[in-house]
Design a protein around this ligand. Structure first.
Ligand SMILES: *Cc1c(COP(=O)(O)O)cnc(C)c1O
Length: 398
């Protein structure tokens, strides 16, 4: 018989009762170092006093009012995000897929209202992940996710990542814009080359295309900068955010330049829940932490400790690991044995990770992870790696 909770996930047989910082604890007292952070979402870890207080205080006042009224918490959040980014205006919603849907609507609408109604198509990249709604399945372009859900939504073309000639070759008179993850998350922590991002920006300008970035996973500090595109020294025209933005309270956002955002006049786009006082209070509390002077510089320093340790680990266990890649605290370890085996071995040693495409084990710890916790994680992963060695070399490594 089917489970009451629809079986859309192969869940690990673990149920957590509470969390403390970077740790998750089961009801029977087993403790795990949470280097998955609920898929790069629990950006401040668990039970963070400032986030908990902000949510509790807001919940006691008013949780939801709808966008029929002013929402001071949303106005403040939008001003802060605009002040810290390329954007002039922000729209709040409830998830990543919903943010990307809005982003594509904005690209189409802006082209339509600027005298280019024929420009409707968006170029996306192989290996991308943009969400599970019908249109985002098409933007993602992974046949496995789309199977049985056809017909695919029209309007998305795909080219290989980091290939400027392929991108230029795919541009037609119907192309409206490009959508890219500066660091592909689900696809296997594959990074767009910084030079490619700069060429992409120049190409969009050359052809009058709008550049959209999906920073749902790599944004909000995770890369060591507030937004991952900052590493390339360029900016998009419109960007989607979600995952870590409100520390685990469901929220998405679209940040856009005025040239794009001004076409979203009343009646063109909406949401019932999006940007409600509770979610915005949580997101403002997250920003209090990650925009505090020195926080991101220190995150970058801590991330480099993790990187150095992982590179050493990969070099010591070539039978288990192939390479280490990513940005900041979004790290992919490509495995030489099935990534599910490596993840299970890590879990057996007390550290939680999240698998990604291309046989990668993804590490995305809370942004507050300490040096000591990174050292502990590396020790657990070393013991985990030993579990994955073929039995002959296991003896040798002892
Ligand atoms: C998770 C993710 C999404 C989808 O977000 P949901 O909140 O699950 O809808 C889209 N794009 C990227 C890059 C993501 O990591």
């Amino acid at each position: 018989m089917i489970s009451a909770l629809m079986p859309t996930y192969n869940r690990a047989d673990l149920a957590f009762e509470r969390g403390e910082g970077v740790w998750l604890v089961t009801a029977d007292g087993r403790r795990f170092l949470d280097f998955g952070a609920g898929i790069a979402t629990s950006s401040l870890g668990h039970n963070h006093p400032h986030l908990v207080a902000a949510i509790a205080e807001q919940a006691a006042r008013v949780i939801h009012v709808s966008n029929l009224y002013r929402i001071p918490q949303a106005e403040r959040l939008a001003e802060r995000l605009v002040g810290a980014s390329f954007a002039d205006s922000a729209f709040f919603c409830n998830s990543g897929a919903e943010a990307n849907e809005g982003l594509v609507k904005m690209i189409r609408r802006a082209q339509h209202e600027s005298g280019h109604p024929e420009r409707t198509r968006v170029i996306c990249f192989e290996g991308a992940f943009h969400g599970r709604t019908l249109a985002m399945l098409s933007a993602t372009g992974n046949a496995k996710y789309l199977k049985g859900f056809e017909p695919a939504v029209e309007g998305f073309d795909h080219v290989p990542l980091n290939n400027l000639n392929a991108l230029r070759g795919a541009i037609t008179r119907e192309t409206a814009g490009v959508l890219i993850e500066p660091v592909q998350g689900e696809g296997g922590i594959r990074t767009a080359d910084l030079a490619f991002l700069r060429d992409l920006r120049a190409t969009c300008d050359e052809f009058g295309l709008l550049l959209g970035m999906d920073e749902i996973q790599c944004g909000m500090g995770r890369s060591g900068r507030l937004f991952a595109h900052e590493w390339a020294g360029i900016a998009p025209d419109v960007m989607s955010l979600a995952k870590g933005i409100a520390g685990g309270v469901p929220m998405g956002a679209i940040l856009a330049r005025e040239s794009v955002a001004r076409h979203l006049v009343p009646g063109t786009h909406g949401t019932t829940f999006g940007g409600n006082p509770l979610a915005c209070a949580a997101a403002n509390a997250v920003l209090d932490v990650i925009l505090a002077p020195g926080f991101l510089a220190d995150l970058d320093r801590r991330a480099r400790l993790l990187w150095r340790g992982l590179e050493r680990l990969a070099a010591s266990f070539p039978e288990v690991f192939v390479d280490v890649r990513g940005a900041g605290l979004l790290v992919g370890v490509k495995c030489a044995v099935p990534n599910a085996e490596v993840q299970a071995a890590f879990q057996a040693e007390g550290i939680l990770t999240v698998m990604a495409g291309d046989n990668v084990v993804r590490l995305a710890p809370p942004l507050i992870v300490s040096e000591a916790e990174i050292a502990e994680a590396l020790a657990m992963m070393e013991r985990g790696a030993r579990r994955c060695l073929p039995s002959a070399s296991k003896v040798a490594a002892k």
